[in-house]
Design a protein around this ligand. Structure first.
Ligand code: ADP
Length: 268
């Protein structure tokens, strides 16, 4: 009896350890699937502009060989398209590089203490022509000065991404509000940034995914606008590197609000 009990228990032990090892493989498998998806997304994103470039080059080559002068305008248009595609790819490769470096902890924040307001004003000024083109009103709500501790270049990049999206996804005649303030959060001074728009909005389901790499609600539409679905992934990394949080609240057809909180522990 003792022998059969020992055999039974060791059988159970082997079975349990088999189950445990299977379970412990789950995160590895998930990471592997994620990595595969990421590689597939990158390849797909690069293939489209590359095939546009290749076919434009083919047509241009034929134009040059035939020497038909009346088609100069068409050639110029092709060259301009090629330039746009190259710019698009350059931006995407730059964004990917930022994310890859952030993954391997190769980017260190350059923390300093500065007045954020003049920088915010400058960024908003740079978006004015784009907003005016679409008849979008840009409003800023900020104090005269706001002393902030953080990586200035990264915080500017963060604001740039959020404003670019707010204008991109707001229909003509809408409104974008930017609010910057310092508030006490759990008794700690906290930098608050809010970018609110009256744009197309994001469904509850999509809100869960928009911070993922390459995620776009409407792929065809955002590609036309020059988006790759990497902006919010970078925004999330910048905020988390500052030990802060980023949240979205939105209603389809009514608009979206992105709220960022960055603790200011090192401000004296
Ligand atoms: P993209 O370069 O495509 O804009 P992002 O990572 O910045 O990439 O955004 C991911 C997706 O989230 C966008 O493709 C868009 O569908 C959605 N999105 C982001 N910001 C907004 C916004 N303010 N209003 C509506 N949709 C938005």
């Amino acid at each position: 009896l003792l022998v059969s009990l020992a055999v039974l228990f060791s059988g159970i032990a082997i079975f349990i350890s088999y189950l445990m090892s299977k379970r412990s493989m789950i995160p590895i498998k998930r990471a592997y699937t994620k990595q595969n998806q990421f590689t597939a997304d990158v390849s797909h994103e690069l293939r489209t502009p590359l095939s546009v470039l290749l076919s434009s080059i083919d047509v241009l080559e034929m134009e040059v060989e035939s020497g038909s002068e009346e088609r100069d305008d068409y050639s110029r248009k092709l060259i301009s398209n090629m330039r746009d595609e190259v710019k698009r790819m350059t931006k995407m490769v730059g964004d990917l590089l930022t994310l890859a470096r952030s993954d391997s902890n190769q980017i260190e924040l350059m923390r300093e203490t500065f007045d954020f307001c003049p920088h915010v004003q400058k960024i908003i000024q740079s978006f004015k022509p784009l907003a005016e083109e679409k008849g979008i009103k840009l409003h800023i709500h900020a104090p005269q000065t706001l002393i902030v501790n953080g990586d200035l270049e990264r915080l500017k990049q963060l604001l740039y991404i959020l404003l670019d999206n707010a204008i991109k996804y707001t229909t003509d005649g809408g409104e974008v509000n930017i609010t910057i303030s310092m508030k006490d959060w759990d008794h700690h001074p906290t930098l608050n940034i809010q970018v609110q728009d009256t744009g197309i909005g994001i469904s509850q389901e999509d809100q869960k995914n928009i911070f993922d790499r390459f995620y776009r609600v409407d792929k065809a539409r955002t590609r036309q606008m020059g988006g790759h679905g990497l902006g919010l992934a970078i925004a999330k990394w910048i905020v988390e590197a500052h030990k802060g949080s980023i949240q979205v609240s939105s209603k389809l057809g009514e608009g979206s609000t992105f709220t960022i909180k960055i603790p200011q522990s090192s401000i004296k």
